[in-house]
Design a protein around this ligand. Structure first.
Ligand code: TYD
Length: 132
């Protein structure tokens, strides 16, 4: 399972009266050392983002608000759909996974990443990814 995309369900602490807290810690419930964090927001509902894969990067991605849908495909053509519809759900994406991403209007995507930004780590061409 380690090299397949999968949902990690994170613990929450709190109550409906107080609200909740969820914690991500490197090498505890995140399977890598976090080197970069980014977030995306205000993506219109009719836009598909993503459209790339990474050579080395691993990620855990949350919908801290709203609903985010991932369609993934590996080099062998195995396709999966993951729906992030709760702040306790994190999607682990290993290296070499193509992804397309769609957002509800209020969605905020939070990404914990294993590497600093490197444009040379991206496949932005699907055929190049499949033939790598
Ligand atoms: P990209 O990874 O293509 O985003 P998405 O898959 O959500 O469409 O990144 C969008 C733009 O932001 C692209 O020009 C690269 C830039 N970028 C950085 O400069 N640093 C980063 O850490 C990230 C994630 C993106």
């Amino acid at each position: 399972e380690k090299n397949n995309p999968h949902i990690i369900t994170f613990d929450k602490i709190g109550s409906s009266e107080l609200g909740y807290i969820t914690i991500a810690e490197a090498r505890k419930n995140i399977p890598f050392d976090i080197q970069r964090v980014y977030w995306t927001y205000y993506t219109p509902q009719d836009v598909t983002r993503g459209g790339h894969a990474h050579k080395k990067l691993q990620q855990v991605i949350f919908a801290v608000s709203g609903i985010i849908t991932f369609n993934t495909e590996d080099k062998e053509g195995n396709k999966e759909t993951f729906i992030l519809d709760h702040p306790t759900k994190g999607l682990f994406i290993p290296e070499l996974i193509w992804r397309d991403i769609q957002f509800s209007h209020n969605a905020v995507l939070l990404c914990l990443a294993s590497e600093l930004y490197d444009e040379n780590d991206y496949f932005r061409d699907f055929e190049e990814f499949k033939n790598y």
